[in-house]
Design a protein around this ligand. Sequence first.
Ligand SMILES: C[S@@+](CC[C@H](N)C(=O)[O-])C[C@H]1O[C@@H](n2cnc3c(N)ncnc32)[C@H](O)[C@@H]1O
Length: 263
Amino acid sequence: MTRPVGAVTRGTTGHNRLRRSDRWVAAVHGRLLRATPRPLVVDLGYGASPTTTLELFDRLRRVAPAVEVVGVEIDPVRVAVAKPYEREGLSFRLGGFELPVPRPPTLVRAFNVLRQYGESEAWHYWDVLTGKLAPGGVLVEGTSSENGRRAVWVGLSPEGPRTITFAARFDAFERPSDLADRLPKTLIHRNVPGERIHAFLSDFDHAWAVSAPYGVHGRRQRWLAAVRFLALTWPVSARPPLGGPARWRLGELTLPWSAVGPR
Ligand SMILES: C[S@@+](CC[C@H](N)C(=O)[O-])C[C@H]1O[C@@H](n2cnc3c(N)ncnc32)[C@H](O)[C@@H]1O
């Protein structure tokens, strides 16, 4: 076997850390996984324990019973820790960005992995990973807080980044721009005046501020009002599966990558 591509990094992970993105993947890409014969999902860089891979497997099997999940980790010790958890449809293997899997995956999830690389590497590995997808496949690349209460992720197709999603528990932020600390590596250094991501987060804070009166009905109602206000000036996804009240009430908001990507 050739050397896995990438570097061993911190293995921090935890129960339900990625619940918000799991439920988004199930809702948004469940249909794709059901429509694909023998759909393969890769969880790249699952960390010191395979918890989030097991959770992804359970959640995806509920919406796509034929799905197979492979956890790929670059640290052999972490692969050995995960092996006893293998079962029908779920396996773990040593590897890196080269993705040592038997056929092109329909979906690759990489969470809290690329943040530990440099910005130019993050752009490069987006290309590498999307280049390995099955036709019509998706890469979901994101970052979350340690307890998963704040997260931001990007949905990419083989053609490049398509969507960006912000997700938070309602008591996990003062203002929406607090989620800036979870921006993907490709955006985090762009959150400065003159860049669209900065303008978006500033407008989101403004929408949150003017929606304060809805707070008497709770922070969920305030979030819903803020998202509607924001949708007057930003191309917020407003229809299922990406958007609309059913998603917004979970503390989510998705918009096209092109609205916030670097100039
Ligand atoms: C911070 S942990 C994230 C664990 C889990 N995905 C989560 O979000 O809770 C990052 C893991 O990615 C692994 N990793 C880093 N680069 C990798 C690569 N190129 N291929 C596979 N695993 C990688 C590290 O060894 C580490 O275990």
